[in-house]
Design a protein around this ligand. Structure first.
Ligand code: CA
Length: 226
């Protein structure tokens, strides 16, 4: 699940980002309204945490614009304490929730979780072939042999993306957008490394599921019948 934070208080934005990453979300951060709007219009975010007072384009304008463009990302607005008008404007323009500053990070995380759980039952296990990804426990297991191994962080996100799109060719660019986002420094060297870790784990639990490399095209999750 992918979250965009649009917040010009850099420390606050980073703090929220770090915490949400620990909750296994993929997080992008922008610190001004213009970039925030540009990114939000990508439509790739499950949820956007949107400050109202922002340089260049304010949060309400961003919200209007993305709803006019039929972007259905959940939106949680960050409002200044007591600014009732901001809250009402937010709801009128399609915000899903708001939280007043200053807030406790745990409350924000709880609200994020509620929005994303309402959205879809993403917390359920994902299955493909003999492979089960348990989202809550960060474990993959083999349905037949019951063998299991833990899988975390980027490996987890990468495998989740493949398991949600099995038997489809996923290009490096698609993987980059979905799993790495703007955190692009580490991308190009690491994708192959992460995939090889994942393949090892799949082998470890004797799964018939594998991720094939397709030259110049990308990668595909398949069931290998020997
Ligand atoms: Ca602000």
């Amino acid at each position: 699940m992918r979250i965009l934070i649009v917040e010009d208080e850099i420390k606050l934005a980073d703090m929220v980002s770090e915490r949400l990453k620990k909750e296994k979300y993929t997080v992008d951060v922008t610190n001004d309204g213009e970039t925030g709007l540009y990114n939000a219009l990508d439509g790739i975010y499950d949820l956007i945490i949107l400050d109202i007072m922002l340089p260049k384009v304010n949060g309400i304008e961003i919200l209007k614009e993305i709803r006019e463009n039929n972007i259905n990302s959940k939106v949680i607005m960050l409002t200044a304490k007591g600014e009732l008008e901001d809250k009402l404007l937010g709801f009128q323009n399609g915000a899903n929730d708001y939280i007043s500053k200053p807030f406790h990070i745990d409350e924000l995380v709880a609200r994020v979780n509620v929005q994303l759980r309402n959205n879809n039952n993403e917390k359920k296990d994902i299955c493909y072939g003999d492979l089960i990804l348990n989202i809550d426990k960060s474990i993959i297991s083999n349905k037949n042999t019951k063998e299991e191994v833990s899988i975390i962080n980027k490996e987890f996100q990468l495998l989740e993306y493949f398991m949600r799109n099995p038997e489809q060719v996923l290009s490096k660019e698609m993987i980059y957008d979905k799993v790495w986002g703007m955190d692009n420094e580490s991308f190009s060297n690491n994708l192959e490394a992460y995939l090889s870790f994942i393949r090892k784990k799949l082998k470890l639990i004797d799964s018939k599921v594998n991720i094939k490399s397709l030259r110049n095209l990308g990668y595909k999750m398949v069931i290998v019948d020997e």
